[in-house]
Design a protein around this ligand. Structure first.
Ligand code: DC
Length: 213
């Protein structure tokens, strides 16, 4: 069973993806980490983020097994990832790797921006997780403060709005809900309620895909 979870920055899709994967005994890939790793490789090599050749090479050389999450988290890396993610060559270089991950026999949970639309358009379960920019900003702000980053809420909100605009406005695989995705608005839900809602969406969509065929 392939479960595609998409949504904007800080919508809760990463946490939900992990919990859903644990619940159904599936592997989980946070595809945002791939774009973050490409951005990290460029920054480490002292290259600008719009160096298409270097970014494509970094994407082609990426190894899913050796992603160092600690070096990839944080607001600065999210912003840098959003810039390299707008490069069509980088996106193209990461397609096979994501589809291979999704293609394991038991299936997998993938979360990102284009999983239901581009990477796994035939996934039987697609969830588009949203929340208002203000709610997402306050969650992200709390998370950053917990990590020891000193940043104002207004800065985080401006960052989220800029990321939304870039991720949804790019020409290559923009952030969008697939027409057959179920919308999950987590603005007024805590993580437990969002998790229960997501489980019930998975169960409903699996049942209807079995009925269909
Ligand atoms: O989910 P995240 O915040 O870790 O993602 C970081 C950036 O990577 C995001 O702003 C856009 C990009 N991204 C993407 O374009 N496609 C994906 N499937 C996942 C992330």
């Amino acid at each position: 069973m392939i479960i595609a979870i998409d949504g904007p920055a800080a919508s809760g899709k990463g946490t939900l993806g992990k919990r859903i994967a644990d619940h159904f005994g599936l592997a989980h890939l946070d595809t945002g980490l791939l774009y973050r790793a490409v951005a990290r490789a460029l920054l480490d090599a002292g290259r600008p983020l719009d160096d298409v050749a270097a970014a494509t090479l970094a994407a082609e050389r990426l190894d899913v097994e050796s992603l160092d999450e600690n070096r990839l988290r944080g607001a600065e890396m999210g912003e840098a990832a959003s810039v390299v993610a707008a490069l069509p060559m980088v996106r193209a270089a990461l397609v096979d790797l994501q589809r291979r991950f999704a293609g394991r026999p038991e299936g997998a949970v993938l979360d990102g921006r284009d999983i239901g639309t581009v990477i796994c358009p035939d996934a039987p379960v697609k969830i588009f997780v949203t929340a208002t920019p203000e709610e997402r900003a306050s969650r992200r702000h709390r998370e950053l403060v917990r990590r020891g980053e000193e940043v104002a809420y207004e800065t985080v909100l401006a960052d989220i709005r800029r990321r939304d605009a870039r991720d949804a406005g790019r020409t290559s695989a923009p952030l969008a809900a697939a027409p057959d995705a179920r919308l999950l608005d987590t603005t007024d839900l805590d993580i437990e309620a969002a998790f229960r809602a997501a489980v019930s969406i998975v169960e409903n969509m699996t049942a209807s895909s079995l009925r269909a065929g």
